[in-house]
Design a protein around this ligand. Structure first.
Ligand code: MIC
Ligand code: SF4
Length: 642
C-alpha cells in the first residue's frame, strides 16, 4: 500500500510505535522553535532537565509576541531567552525580526524534516512540505534535549484542489472554506494533506496561509507536497540546497477526501466568535467597520503585503477606519520599503506596526467598545482582541484592504480590476537579526540572565488512587485556551509568573473562579466538546495546576491541551455517555476511586457525592502517559529517566 506525504515523513522519523491510527507513536524531531510567550517557560523546563546543549539539528528562539515593553517584565524575559539561547546552542531571532512562523518558513524550513514549536501555528511550515506540529513548551524542551515527540498516529484527510482562484479571492478564503466544511472540530485526529492540480497555482506563502489555519480545524497538522513551487521559493530565499521533492504515492490511502474547485470560491468572513462561523462577503456587505488589522502569521507574507499596498495605492482610507499593518518579517518590511509599497500604505493612512504578532494576541490595537474589527488573522475568540464586546471578523488581505477604503464590509470582487503585483525572483537576505549561539567549548562561560519576573513553576503531585474534590467550574463546548488562560498586553508579560497569571484564569467565563479554586485547595473542572482548543500555551494547564485542579472531565479534548494536562500531572477524563455532563453542577462534591486500575482498563467511575449519581468515565492512556501521571508530570518523569 502506498504512503501519503505525512506517512512518509513519519516513517522516516519513527522511533517507536506502529503507524496505525489511534496508536501512540514517537517521532525524532529535527528542528524546534519557541516564541517568547511560551519560550520562557520552555527554557526554564529545558534548564531543569539538565542537558548541556540542544541535540536537535536546529533550534530557534523567536521574540515576537511580547514585544510591547510597558514594564521591565518582557525585556527581562527577552534577555533571559537570549542568554539561554547563547549558552545552549539555539539561534535567537531578535524582537522585530518577525513572527516565528513567517521567519521560519523564509529562513529555516526544510521539506521532509520534522519541526515542533511551542506555538499552535507551527504547522505553517507544512506549506513548505515539513511535518510541523504545535506542542506544549515542555514537549519542546524534551525534544531540544534529544527526546522523542509523542503523538497519536493520525488518520489522513486529502483535500483535492482543482481550478484556480478568481481575482480578489485568495488563500485565506480556501482556509475559511475548509473551516466551513469541517468546523473547528473537524480536523481533530487527522493530518490534512493538500493536493490536486489546483495546488500548482498556489505559491509557498499561500500554501502556508492554508496550513497555518489548519490549526483552527483542530488538525494534528497540515502539509503540502514539496514540488517545483517549493523549489522556486527556496531558491528565491537563497536556500536551493534545502529542497527535496516530496509527494504522496499514487496508491496512498486517505480516510476522507474533500474536493474543492478553487474557481468556485468567493471572498468569505469568519464571524464572531469562532473561525468556523463562515459567511460570504456579499451577505455582510455594507456593515460599518471601525478597525482593520492586516498581518499575523496567517497573512503577512510579501505577497499579501504587496497586494494590500497595490489596493491602497493612490487612495485614502475611510475616516471611520483605523488601519494597522504588521509585515510578518524584517525581510518583508525591507522589501516593501525598497520597492515603495510601504509608502503607498503609509500615504493611504495605514498605521505601520512592527513585525510581530501585535494585535493578533491583544498586544495593543484593541478595538473600540462594540467595535467591528476585520482582521487577516486566524482567531476571533471572544475577548482575544482585548475588547470584550468587540465583533472580530477574520478575512483575507484583499477584503481587508478594500474595506479599509470603503469603511464597511465590502465584497472585493465588486471593487474593479484586481491589481497585479510583481513577485521578485530573489528575496533580500539579511540574517543579522538572527544571533548565533556561543560555540560548545565556550558555552560554560555564558551567564544566564534572570529577571525578578521569573518565578518557579508550580509543583505537581503524582496522581493518587482516589481523588475527592469539589467541582469548581463547569463550562460548555469549544472552550479555548484563551478562555482558560487569557493573553493580551496586561497579562502576557507574566507568562513566567504563574502565581500572578492565576488571578486571570477563566476570567472571561467566571471572574471568581481563581479565588474559589484557591480557597477549595483541590478541585475538578467539567467541560463540553473540544475542551482546550486553540493555543498551545501550557499555561492553560500550569495555572489550573497551581490553583489545585486535579482533574478535568469533558465530552472531548483538543489534542495539544490534553497533552499539556498530562504533562502537568492533571488527569483528563471523558464522559462515556456525553449526556452525563448534565448530572454535574458547580460545587458538587466528586470522587474518583480506583484511579490506578482505571487508568489501565480505560474505565473509571466518578461518584457525585452531592447527588448520589455514579458516572462512568473513560480514558485511553498509553503506558507512557500513565507513567507521566504517576510521576506527577512530564518534567519529573523526564528527570527520572535521564
Ligand atoms: C496564539 O495565537 O494564541 C499564540 C499566542 O500564538 C499561542 C501561543 C501562546 O499562547 O503563547 C499559540 O497559538 O500557541
Ligand atoms: Fe502570533 Fe497570532 Fe500567529 Fe499566534 S496566531 S503566532 S499570536 S501572529
Amino acid at each position: 500500500m502506498g504512503l501519503t506525504i505525512a506517512q512518509k515523513i513519519i516513517k522516516s522519523h519513527l522511533v517507536s510505535g506502529e503507524m496505525i491510527p489511534g496508536n501512540e507513536i514517537a517521532l525524532r524531531i529535527d528542528q524546534t522553535l519557541t516564541q517568547d510567550a511560551t519560550g520562557t517557560m520552555a527554557y526554564l523546563e529545558f534548564e531543569s532537565i539538565g542537558i548541556p546543549r540542544v541535540r536537535t539539528k536546529l533550534s530557534v528562539a523567536y521574540i515576537d509576541h511580547n514585544t510591547l515593553q510597558s514594564g521591565f517584565e518582557n525585556a527581562d524575559d527577552h534577555r533571559y531567552i537570549q542568554s539561554v539561547a547563547k549558552k545552549y546552542g539555539i539561534r535567537f531571532s531578535r524582537p522585530g525580526n518577525g513572527i516565528c512562523h513567517q521567519v521560519h518558513l523564509e529562513r529555516f524550513g526544510v521539506p521532509g524534516m520534522t519541526l515542533i514549536g511551542s506555538d499552535s501555528h507551527t504547522p505553517t511550515c507544512g506549506g513548505i512540505g515539513m511535518l510541523a506540529f504545535g506542542a506544549g513548551g515542555l514537549d519542546v524542551a524534551v525534544a531540544m534535549g534529544g527526546g522523542e515527540y509523542y503523538i497519536t498516529m493520525p488518520k489522513m484527510i486529502k483535500v483535492n484542489l482543482s481550478g484556480k482562484l478568481r481575482p480578489w479571492v485568495s488563500a485565506k478564503d480556501v482556509s475559511l472554506e475548509i473551516l466551513r466544511i469541517l468546523s473547528v472540530k473537524g480536523g481533530v485526529g487527522y493530518i490534512i494533506e493538500w493536493g490536486g492540480e489546483g495546488i500548482k497555482t498556489l505559491s509557498v506563502p499561500e500554501r502556508a496561509t492554508i496550513t497555518n489555519m489548519g490549526t483552527e480545524l483542530g488538525a494534528t497538522t497540515s502539509i503540502f507536497p514539496s514540488d517545483e513551487i517549493t523549489e522556486a521559493f527556496l531558491r528565491s530565499q537563497g536556500r536551493p540546497d534545502a529542497y527535496t521533492p516530496l509527494s504522496s504515492d499514487e496508491d496512498a490511502v486517505y480516510d476522507k477526501i474533500i474536493d474543492i474547485d478553487l474557481s468556485t470560491l468567493c471572498p468569505l468572513l469568519a464571524c464572531p466568535h469562532s473561525p468556523d462561523n463562515i459567511k460570504s462577503s456579499s451577505e455582510l456587505s455594507g456593515t460599518p467597520v471601525e478597525q482593520i488589522c492586516i498581518g499575523s502569521c496567517t497573512n503577512s507574507s510579501l505577497r499579501d503585503m504587496l497586494r494590500v499596498a497595490a489596493i491602497l495605492k493612490g487612495h485614502k482610507i475611510a475616516d471611520s477606519v483605523s488601519l494597522s499593518i504588521s509585515p510578518g518579517s524584517r525581510q518583508v518590511l525591507t522589501m516593501l520599503s525598497d520597492c515603495g509599497a510601504l509608502s503607498d500604505m503609509i500615504d493611504a493612512g495605514a498605521r505601520i506596526l512592527e513585525c510581530a504578532c501585535g494585535p493578533c494576541i491583544g498586544m495593543g490595537f484593541s478595538p473600540n467598545s462594540k467595535g467591528v474589527s476585520l482582521r487577516t488573522f486566524n482567531r476571533n475568540f471572544e475577548g482575544r482582541s482585548g475588547t470584550r464586546d468587540a465583533s472580530v471578523y477574520l478575512v483575507s488581505p484583499e477584503l481587508a484592504a478594500v474595506s479599509a477604503l470603503t469603511g464597511c464590509i465590502t465584497d472585493p470582487t465588486t471593487f474593479g480590476d484586481y491589481p497585479e503585483i510583481d513577485m521578485p525572483d530573489k528575496f533580500k537576505i539579511n540574517d543579522s537579526a538572527i544571533l548565533l549561539p556561543e560555540c560548545a567549548e565556550k558555552a560554560h562561560e555564558v551567564e544566564i540572565l534572570r529577571g525578578p519576573n521569573i518565578k518557579p513553576f508550580p509543583n505537581s503531585n503524582p496522581v493518587t488512587d482516589s481523588i475527592s474534590a469539589n467541582l469548581t467550574l463547569k463550562v460548555g463546548d469549544n472552550i479555548t485556551t484563551d478562555h482558560i488562560m487569557p493573553a493580551g498586553s496586561k497579562i502576557l508579560p507574566y507568562r513566567s509568573n504563574i502565581p500572578y497569571l492565576s488571578k486571570f484564569c477563566f476570567s472571561v467565563c467566571d471572574e471568581s473562579f481563581s479565588d474559589r479554586a484557591l480557597e477549595k485547595g483541590s478541585s475538578f473542572i467539567v467541560g463540553g466538546e473540544n475542551y482546550g482548543q486553540g493555543s498551545s500555551r501550557e499555561h492553560a494547564a500550569l495555572v489550573p495546576l497551581y490553583l489545585g485542579v486535579r482533574g478535568v472531565i469533558a465530552k472531548s479534548f483538543a489534542r495539544i491541551h490534553v497533552a499539556n494536562l498530562i504533562n502537568a500531572g492533571i488527569i483528563p477524563l471523558t464522559f462515556k455517555d456525553p449526556s452525563d455532563y448534565d448530572k454535574l453542577s458547580r460545587d458538587d462534591l466528586l470522587e474518583l476511586t480506583g484511579v490506578f486500575e482505571g487508568m489501565k482498563s480505560g474505565n473509571i467511575i466518578l461518584s457525585n457525592k452531592t447527588t448520589g449519581d455514579e458516572i462512568p468515565l473513560v480514558c485511553n492512556f498509553t503506558s507512557r502517559q500513565i507513567d507521566i501521571l504517576l510521576s506527577g508530570g512530564l518534567l519529573p518523569y523526564t528527570r527520572n529517566k535521564n
